[in-house]
Structure formats: structure tokens, C-alpha cells
Design a binder for this molecule. Structure first.
Ligand code: 7MF
Ligand code: ZN
Length: 880
């Protein structure tokens, strides 16, 4: 592996353009699982930054070079150099036609990057730098060209041959092989290349764009999954329509293909007109997929489709600009889901995710700005920060400019940059220019890491009827950046009276203003004076989470109860409930640490009881409000993380609420039973979500096991079956083992359902799960070569189950490190994700720190460790 020795840091400031223009690229792939022969033909001419003596540098890894020829003449040794990372053709001067023949071995490719096998077919994954394992090529996103690709393979083994663009010709050879030639009319970077070869079934539909283009939509899956594609197809059609309606963006080719694979390192990939998806984000039927899976499929299908404009038509100059396409496309998929379902519920789920996963990343050893300044291994920078915080930054433009201003910015962005590879600065400039505003200060969001702390204080002057809101900000130092500057923070807010009425918002010199507005903190401190305020108000701050910050305001519990019951903004109502619960849990963590008895503030009961009695509000929203803050987010609130304390205190609060409110929980649980068979309408999904939250509370009471047993036995859908199974397994019910067996027997041949079976067991809280995980990795359905299995067992255990992973004897760490080392030899990218489990290691007690440190050192000392895992581990070790 070449990357072991590399370990070089790449810096954003060192960008320079490729010195050649690539006029076009032709490929012929003679496909075979053992050895695939690749013929590359490139037309090159001197480009910007070219010097006459320039060499032609091409990336290439894990390939065998057979032949190089320039302008028809085979090159002699000495006219080119080829090492483990690149091929350099010397003294090419004016360029011309470069021909290369090379060999690759898909069968041996366990890293799932480049060309590799999945089941009985072959497929590719190129982003970010996988194309260099397919052909010698300038594998960088700013080299864009047109691709003309001929695929040749045995007809019986590989009846389907797909690549980007349009199939223009095909034919038969007399040795049983056939061929198809694909031409993509749009210039693209190499990371958007794809090919697929094999025996796949195809589900077909079509879409007519608003200007009348007929687009064939095809989803390719293994034959047994033919009947599980309808939701993905509907989601694709909804995505295409939505992008026309909301963004005015139309699809630009006559074919849109999607291929589903069980072996994929990530969620999906937006290759031009040939998306490749993890089958988890395509296949669904009511008895195999949960409501969350249905929504995940819709969101990911949307995400990859939306990339066609934000990523493909306009792409990134270099990988430091990754958030240019990813932050923007996540924002677009979030908006799509919000428009299709409940906007408030989607916002709550996204913020929960941001806080429990991005906030910790930003305070740990991998902290980086959404546009990083340096990296060692780019695949480690497909992070929560680049994606989710990146989407928050895009959302702030939207908050500042409004929908119309934002869309004007998008139009200018496409007008200026269609067909080009650009930077985050170009996006910011388009937004600024289209709106005639200066966004200089806003640009700091791209450069600065860490979660800003926003502190607000209120001061009420009764005599003057004046309320002064003082805002101040501070971003704590991070591992990558000790010094922080003030940012531009949009704060959406309102003021409420003690009886829950909204007050008009009039700043000095203004008439009344509607009951919600955005004020802007653009320096370290700023005061906002509101006039005509008749009584001491309760401020509602950061409505819809208008900025990715940690807010501190000295709310009393009564203030929070008021906001929870009366605020106009559903997000802030949810937020008030979360804050109440969080205070209650953290207070009990402290009591437990001092060996004091745990207790529940009786004031919490009426607030939660009101939620259960509320028959007006969307049940999905009530479900979110009843869901207590997760252990990861609570950990983020503590200077030294008390793993067992957090778990015990959270469980205590949940169980106290459940036992006090058993009757209303039970009644609501019963009343939400679906009257008819399963359907996937948002209203039915909302009922199931609240019903299953009620069940998870009831599991803390004597009624729980009975409810879960009955639900498991009678459910007609995976959402309810899985919630019941989880309830039984987590509570250690006597029927749990039999339920797991029933489930396994029924679903042993369905890989995606077995992932759920694994995940439930790996997520059981407590140190006992370490032994269970050690058994699960020996189960015949487990394979360390399959990323979905690794995520379901090792990922769930190490990244989502703190009381098991952090078992106080260190057994969790040992098992995990063994698996990271084993996996790294096969699949470095997925191993690096798993290795992130140690990122907060310095925040634990001394004993756990030492135990984690010794596993980090053991991984670091492994011979042949990949660059991917090495970067993560060394950053973690560098924290001390
Ligand atoms: C929704 O971004 C949100 C994020 C890269 C692979 C998909 O389209 C992608 C690819 C990673 C992590 C998350 C996502 C993706 C990747 C993703 C998918 C759906 N360009 Br790595
Ligand atoms: Zn993406």
C-alpha cells in the first residue's frame, strides 16, 4: 500500500492548477473479475501554468502498467517514470495523444474503492481519489473532460454494462463477449466516473421535465430485490419535481440510472447519471424497512439527485472545497424533506444529529473548519463538520437573505460557474453580489472551527417599558486553532408575556414588527433594546436553531415550561422541553457522583403530562419532545464525562416519569394503535413514532413487557416489530431470547434486516454487551468485509453505546482495537471511521484514559497501518 509511506500533509494554500488541458478521454475496459485490462487515450494540450519542458503527471495506484505511447510511439524506459503513486511522462512539451494500457485486479480489492466485486457483479467507487486505482489519470476535481467509455465483457456473466451518459453503440464479439459504448456529453471530473457490470434486474419508470424532456429512470438491483424499489423510484420522481419547483433546476440527460449494492463504504454516490447506492438507501418494503428507513431513502435519493447541479454541473476546484458541494447539497436535501413532511420535525432531528455528532467532533482532536486548511487523507474529511455544519452555514445565508435573495444567489452562482470547478469564495461572492450585500465577516464561518458559545442576558426597565437583550459570543479554542474571532451570528427571536402572548418587536426607532425577527450579532458583544414592552418578557431565542451555536440564557424552569407550552416556534418549544430534561438529568448525575439519592423535580411531571394529553399537535412532534436528550449530547455538556452517571441519571429520569405517568402513557399508547393495515403516509408514520416512544417509556414500568410481547407478535410492519424487539432486548425481558430467534429465523436471508438484528444486540446498554459483541462478530451472517455489518456491530457498539464501549475493565476497548486492526488490513476507510471512537479519550476519568491510551498506542504500533487510520490515531494521541 502506497499510502502507508505517504502520510504527507496536503495544504490548501499550495493549490496550483493542472498544467495541461484534457480535451477528451477515451477508455476501453476489458472487464473480468480477476484481471481487467484498461486502455486509456487522452488528448492533452498545454494549459494555464504550463512550462515547455513540462512532464505529464498522472496519478495511479495498485495497477500494473503495460504500455505507454505518446502520439502513436511507444515510450522507452527513461522517457517515463512509474512508481507506486504516479506515472510521469517526461518532456512531453506540446502534449498530444497519450495512450496507456494497464491492468487491475478487482477480485483482490477489499477496500471497496476503485473497481471491485459485490455479489456477482462489479462496480466502482471513485470519490474522492479512487479513479487512480482504475486508470493512470490526473485524478483531481479541477481536471474536467468528456468521457467516451467502451465496456467489453462476457455476455452471460455480465449482461448489463453501464457507465455515465448515453449508450451510443453496442455489439457482439465472436468469443461470447459483448460491448457497449457510453458517451457522457458533459465534461466531468474523474471522481464522478462510474461503471457497473453484471447480471442485474432493472425497474423502470420515467419523468417528463417541465421543458418536456422524457427521462428514463432505471433502478438496477440483484434479482431477488426487484420488488423492493418502488419507494426509491417514487422518491426520485419527487426529487426531480421538487428541484424544478423550488430551485428551478431541471435534469439534463435522457437517462438516470441507480444501482444498489450491499457492499459500499458510504451511503451513496452521485456519479453523473449513474448513481451508486448502498442498498440500505434503496430497498424497502413495509415488512423489512422502518419508517426511518423510508425517510432515509427519500433523503439520500434526493441528496444524490440534487448533486447533479450542486456538485456535478458546478464542482469543486480542490478537495478543501468539499463543503461547497456537500454543505449545499445537504441543505437542499434537508429542505426537500422539510417540504415533503413536517418541517419542524425534520429541523429537530437535524439539530439533534448536529449536537450529538458534530459538536463533539468540533471539540475533539479532529476539529477543523468546514473548509479545512490541511489534511493527510481526504477520505477522513467527509465529516459531520463538512456536511452538517456546512449545511448550517448555507442555512444561515438563507436566514440572512430570505428565500428570494437566496434563490437569486443560486441563479447567479449557476450563471457564473456552470461547467466549472470553483471554490467556497465563489459561492459566497455569488450570494453577496446577487443581493448587493457585503459578506466578508460571514466568510469566517468557513475558516474557523469550534462551536461558538452565545450568551444572552435580559434586562427589563419597567418604568420605560424597555427590554434590553445583551448578546455576546466566544468560541473556545480547539485543537487545530487556539485563537478565535467573533462571527456573524443570526439570532431569530421573539418575546413572550408571562401568559404566553407574543409581543411586537420594536427596536429603537422602529414601529412594531412581527412577532418573530432576526437580529444579528456581528461582534463580540451587542445590545438590542426593545421598546413598548409592557411587562418583563420571556425571550424565545434561536428559533429554528438559526445558528450552529451553544446558547446560554438564565431561564428559570418556569420560563422553560412557558416556552414549552406557548412559544410560536415548534423548534423552541421542543428545545425548552430538552433543556428541562437535560437540567434534570445533569442534576442527577451530580447527585449520583456525590452518593446522594436521585430525585425527580415534581415540576417536570405536569410539563410531560401535558404533552401526552395534547391531541392537537402533530404526534411526531410530541414524540420528539418526549425523547430525552441522548447520552452523547449530555456527555458534551460535562467537562469530565461520567459515562455510568449519565446513563444511570437518564434512566432514572425516564423511569420516574414513566412510573408517574404510566396511565396516560398506556392510554396514549393504546389510542395510537393503527386502525387499519400499514401505510406509509406521514400521518401514520407520526402515530407510530409517538406510539413507540410511549412503548419505550412503558418498558420502564410493569406494563412494558406485556405491551412489547403483544406488539412483536401482532405487528404487520418493521417499524413496530423492531421497536418491540428493542424494548424486549434492552429490558432483558424473559421473552427476549425467543424473540431474537424468531426474528433471526424469519430474516436470516435478508442482509439489511439482519443488520438491524445485529444492531439491536450491539446497542444494549452496559458492559455485558462486550461479550455479546465478541459473539456477534463470529456469527455466520457477520462479515468484517461488509461495511454495513461492521457499522451494525462494531459501529453501533463503539460509537453509539457508551456504557458498553467504555466498560470500566477496558474489555470494550481491547475488542474494538482488535477489530480496527483486523479491518484496517482490508478496508482502511471504514477502519478509520471506527477508530474515531477514541476521539474524546482525554475527557474521561484517569483509569479509562489510560486504558484507551494503551489501545491507541497498540493500534499506532501496528505494522502496515494505513494512512487513513494512522491520521485519526495520531491526532488522538497528539491531544495530550
Ligand atoms: C446524505 O455526499 C447526506 C450525506 C460522498 C459519500 C454521499 O453524496 C455523498 C458522496 C459520505 C458521507 C455522507 C454522504 C455521502 C458520502 C451523504 C449521503 C446522503 N458524494 Br463519505
Ligand atoms: Zn453528497
Amino acid at each position: 500500500m502506497s499510502k502507508e509511506t505517504a502520510g504527507n500533509t496536503v495544504y490548501r494554500k499550495n493549490y496550483s492548477p493542472y498544467p495541461w488541458r484534457l480535451l477528451q478521454a477515451k477508455f476501453r475496459f476489458e472487464i473480468d473479475a480477476e484481471t481487467t485490462r484498461v486502455f486509456t487515450e487522452m488528448e492533452l494540450e498545454p494549459g494555464g501554468g504550463h512550462s515547455k519542458a513540462a512532464d505529464i503527471e498522472l496519478d495511479g495506484q495498485d495497477m500494473e502498467l503495460v504500455r505507454v505511447a505518446l502520439n502513436g510511439r511507444a515510450l522507452e524506459p527513461g522517457e517515463f517514470t512509474c512508481d507506486a503513486e504516479r506515472l510521469v511522462v517526461h518532456g512531453a512539451k506540446a502534449g498530444g495523444r497519450l495512450e496507456i494500457e494497464s491492468l487491475i485486479h478487482p477480485q483482490n480489492n477489499t477496500a471497496l474503492e476503485g473497481l471491485y466485486p459485490s455479489g456477482k457483479f462489479l462496480l466502482t467507487q471513485c470519490e474522492a481519489e479512487g479513479f487512480r486505482k482504475i486508470a493512470y489519470f490526473p485524478d483531481r476535481p479541477d481536471v474536467m473532460t468528456r468521457y467516451d467509455v467502451t465496456l467489453v465483457a462476457d455476455r452471460s456473466r455480465f449482461p448489463v454494462l453501464l457507465s455515465n451518459g448515453n449508450p451510443v453503440e453496442s455489439g457482439e464479439l465472436d468469443d461470447g463477449r459483448h460491448w457497449v459504448r457510453w458517451v457522457d456529453p458533459f465534461a466531468k471530473p474523474s471522481y464522478l466516473f462510474a461503471l457497473v457490470a453484471g447480471d442485474l434486474a432493472c425497474v423502470e419508470d420515467h419523468f417528463t421535465t417541465r421543458s418536456g424532456r422524457e427521462v428514463a429512470l432505471r433502478i438496477y438491483v440483484e434479482h431477488e430485490n426487484f420488488d423492493k424499489c418502488s419507494h426509491a423510484m417514487e422518491s426520485l420522481i419527487h426529487s426531480m419535481k421538487w428541484d424544478e419547483d423550488r430551485f428551478g433546476l431541471e435534469y439534463d440527460l435522457d437517462i438516470y440510472n441507480i444501482v444498489a449494492t450491499n457492499d459500499f463504504n458510504m451511503g451513496a454516490m452521485e456519479n453523473k447519471s449513474l448513481n451508486i447506492f448502498n442498498s440500505k438507501y434503496v430497498l424497502a418494503s413495509p415488512d423489512t424497512a422502518t419508517d426511518a428507513d423510508y425517510q432515509g431513502i427519500e433523503g439520500v435519493i434526493g441528496h444524490e439527485y440534487f448533486h447533479n447541479w450542486t456538485g456535478n454541473r458546478v464542482t469543486c476546484q480542490d478537495w478543501f472545497q468539499l463543503t461547497l458541494k456537500e454543505g449545499l447539497t445537504v441543505f437542499r436535501d434537508q429542505e426537500f424533506s422539510s417540504d415533503m413532511h413536517s418541517r419542524a420535525v425534520k429541523r429537530i432531528q437535524d439539530v439533534r444529529d448536529l449536537r450529538s455528532r458534530q459538536f463533539p467532533e468540533d471539540s475533539g482532536p479532529m476539529a477543523h473548519p468546514i473548509r479545512p486548511d490541511k489534511y493527510k487523507e481526504i477520505s477522513n474529511f467527509y465529516t459531520m463538520t463538512v456536511y452538517q455544519k456546512g449545511a448550517e452555514v448555507i442555512r444561515m445565508y438563507h436566514t440572512l437573505l430570505g428565500e428570494d435573495g437566496f434563490q437569486a444567489g443560486m441563479r447567479l452562482y449557476f450563471e457564473r460557474h456552470d461547467g466549472a470547478a470553483v471554490t467556497c469564495d465563489d459561492f459566497l461572492a455569488a450570494m453577496a453580489d446577487a443581493n448587493g450585500v457585503d459578506l466578508e465577516l460571514f466568510s469566517r464561518w468557513y475558516a474557523q472551527s469550534g462551536t461558538p458559545e452565545l450568551s444572552a442576558r435580559g434586562d427589563y426597565d419597567q418604568a420605560a417599558c424597555r427590554f434590553t437583550l445583551q448578546l455576546s459570543q466566544k468560541t473556545p479554542p480547539t485543537y487545530d486553532q487556539p485563537e478565535k474571532k467573533p462571527l456573524l451570528i443570526p439570532v431569530s427571536m421573539g418575546l413572550l408575556t408571562r401568559s404566553g402572548e407574543a409581543l411586537p418587536l420594536a427596536l429603537e426607532g422602529e414601529e412594531g414588527h412581527p412577532e418573530t425577527r432576526v437580529i444579528i450579532l456581528d461582534r463580540e458583544e451587542k445590545s438590542f433594546v426593545f421598546n413598548n414592552v409592557p411587562e418583563h418578557p420571556v425571550p424565545s431565542l434561536l428559533r429554528d436553531f438559526s445558528a450552529p451555536v451553544k446558547l446560554d440564557y438564565p431561564y428559570s424552569n418556569a420560563d422553560l415550561a412557558l416556552l414549552m407550552a406557548h412559544d410560536r416556534n415548534a423548534f423552541t418549544r421542543w428545545e425548552a422541553a430538552q433543556t428541562l430534561a437535560q437540567r434534570e438529568i445533569l442534576a442527577n448525575v451530580e447527585r449520583r457522583a456525590k452518593n446522594q439519592a436521585l430525585q425527580l423535580d415534581p415540576a417536570l411531571v405536569p410539563a410531560f403530562s401535558a404533552l401526552l394529553d395534547d391531541m392537537e399537535t402533530d404526534p411526531a412532534l410530541i414524540a420528539e419532545a418526549l425523547s430525552l436528550p441522548g447520552e452523547e449530547y449530555l456527555a458534551e455538556m460535562m467537562p469530565v464525562i461520567d459515562v455510568d452517571g449519565i446513563h444511570a441519571a437518564r434512566k432514572f429520569v425516564k423511569s420516574s416519569l414513566a412510573n408517574t405517568l404510566e396511565k396516560p402513557l398506556f392510554d396514549r399508547y393504546r389510542s395510537l394503535l393503527s386502525p387499519g393495515p400499514y401505510d406509509k403516509s406521514p400521518a401514520s408514520m407520526a402515530r407510530r413514532s409517538l406510539r413507540n416512544v410511549c412503548l419505550s417509556y412503558l418498558m420502564e414500568t410493569a406494563a412494558g413487557i406485556g405491551c412489547a410481547n403483544e406488539q412483536f407478535a401482532t405487528s404487520d410492519n418493521m417499524t413496530d416489530s423492531l421497536a418491540a424487539l428493542r424494548g424486549l432486548v434492552w429490558s432483558g425481558a424473559p421473552s427476549a431470547a425467543a424473540a431474537l430467534d424468531t426474528f433471526e429465523n424469519r430474516w436470516q436471508h435478508d442482509a439489511l434486516v439482519m443488520d438491524k438484528w445485529f444492531a439491536i444486540q450491539a446497542s444494549v446498554p452496559g458492559p455485558g454487551t462486550v461479550g455479546r459483541v465478541a459473539e456477534l462478530v463470529r456469527h455466520p451472517a457477520f462479515s468484517i468485509r461488509n461495511p454495513n455489518k461492521v457499522r451494525s456491530v462494531i459501529g453501533v457498539f463503539a460509537l453509539m453505546n457508551p456504557t458498553a464501549f467504555h466498560a470500566s475493565d477496558g474489555s470494550g476497548y481491547r475488542l474494538h482495537a482488535d477489530k480496527v486492526i483486523e479491518l484496517d488490513a482490508l478496508n482502511p476507510q471504514v477502519a478509520a471511521r471506527m477508530a474515531g471512537a477514541y476521539n474524546a479519550w482525554t475527557r474521561y476519568d484517569d483509569r479509562r484514559r489510560e486504558l484507551m491510551k494503551s489501545q491507541l498506542s497498540r493500534i499506532a504500533a501496528t505494522t502496515g497501518l494505513s494512512g487513513d487510520v494512522s491520521e485519526i490515531i495520531h491526532n488522538a494521541l497528539g491531544m495530550e
